[in-house]
Design a binder for this molecule. Structure first.
Ligand SMILES: O=C(O)CC1=CCC(=O)O1
Length: 259
């Protein structure tokens, strides 16, 4: 396992692929870790050097005290790239990872080539709903949110036809630190980038899921409409579209990045 000290905490990362290939950074969603990109890795590694990491408070990365902000999550990516001497990269993030991607496009666009913003939103849910989720995990632990979260991540059809894959992702959610999860919920709760993202100048792909109960397609469309020239693609999937439609997701991502 590789770790690096960034912004006062240890982040776990993996950097794989040919040293002379263009770099793509992959950023995980709330309640997962860098393993959420496993379905895309073999195809990505044929063309790219892939840097993926566990967002602070997730997986094997450290849990910093207090609540986080999307700006902190974005600063971690810049510090990670600086620490690994990566001057420029493409970026792909799903859900909270996509929110980090929007922030990076607005504030550090010159460090990035193309942005893929997947199953994400410039503003998500109400403060009350996030506060209630935070209170639940703090009082009852991660297991208390698992059934509702899984029903937003995967369609009933996928849960029935791929129970083994659902178990793999469920295990990531259950392994997530309660404190880290709550701190990242606060970052998502407090984020509103709707007025900012029109400033993004990077070529952008927005991927949405028709059955996504967390960041519905209209949210993805709104992101694509706000970013000049952004491409919008909708897959027949719920929130974790990269697991539910891995072939289509990977094809869309690679054809966009390699174009
Ligand atoms: O857990 C959810 O409801 C879905 C989600 C919201 C932000 C994120 O990254 O995942």
């Amino acid at each position: 396992m590789s770790t690096i000290q960034v912004n006062g905490l240890l982040l776990r990362y993996e950097l794989e692929g040919r040293e002379d290939a263009p770099v793509v950074v992959l950023s995980n969603s709330l309640g997962t870790d860098l393993g959420m990109w496993n379905p895309q890795m073999p195809a990505l590694l044929e063309r790219f050097r892939v840097l993926r990491y566990d967002t602070r408070g997730h997986g094997e990365s450290e849990v910093a005290p207090g609540e986080y902000t999307v700006a902190q999550l974005g600063d971690d990516v810049i510090a990670l790239m600086d620490g690994l001497n990566i001057a420029r990269a493409h970026f792909c993030g799903l859900s909270m990872g996509g929110m980090t991607g929007m922030w990076l496009g607005v504030h550090h666009g010159a460090r990035f080539g193309k942005l893929a913003l997947c199953n994400t939103s410039a503003k998500i849910g109400t403060a009350d709903a996030w506060n209630s989720r935070i209170a639940t995990v703090q009082k009852e632990g991660m297991a208390a949110v698992v059934p509702a979260v899984l029903d937003r991540w995967f369609t009933p059809d996928f849960q029935q036809r791929a129970p083994g894959q659902v178990e793999v992702v469920k295990a990531m959610l259950l392994r997530t630190s309660t404190q880290g999860y709550a701190a990242n919920c606060a970052a998502v709760r407090d984020m509103d980038q709707r007025a900012d993202i029109a400033a993004i100048q990077n070529p952008t792909l927005v991927i949405a899921g028709t059955h996504d109960g967390s960041t519905p397609p209209q949210d993805g469309r709104a992101v694509a409409d706000a970013i000049p020239g952004a491409r919008y693609v909708e897959l027949d999937a719920a929130h974790l579209s990269n697991w539910e439609r891995p072939t289509e997701f990977t094809r869309e991502l690679i054809s966009f990045l390699a174009d």
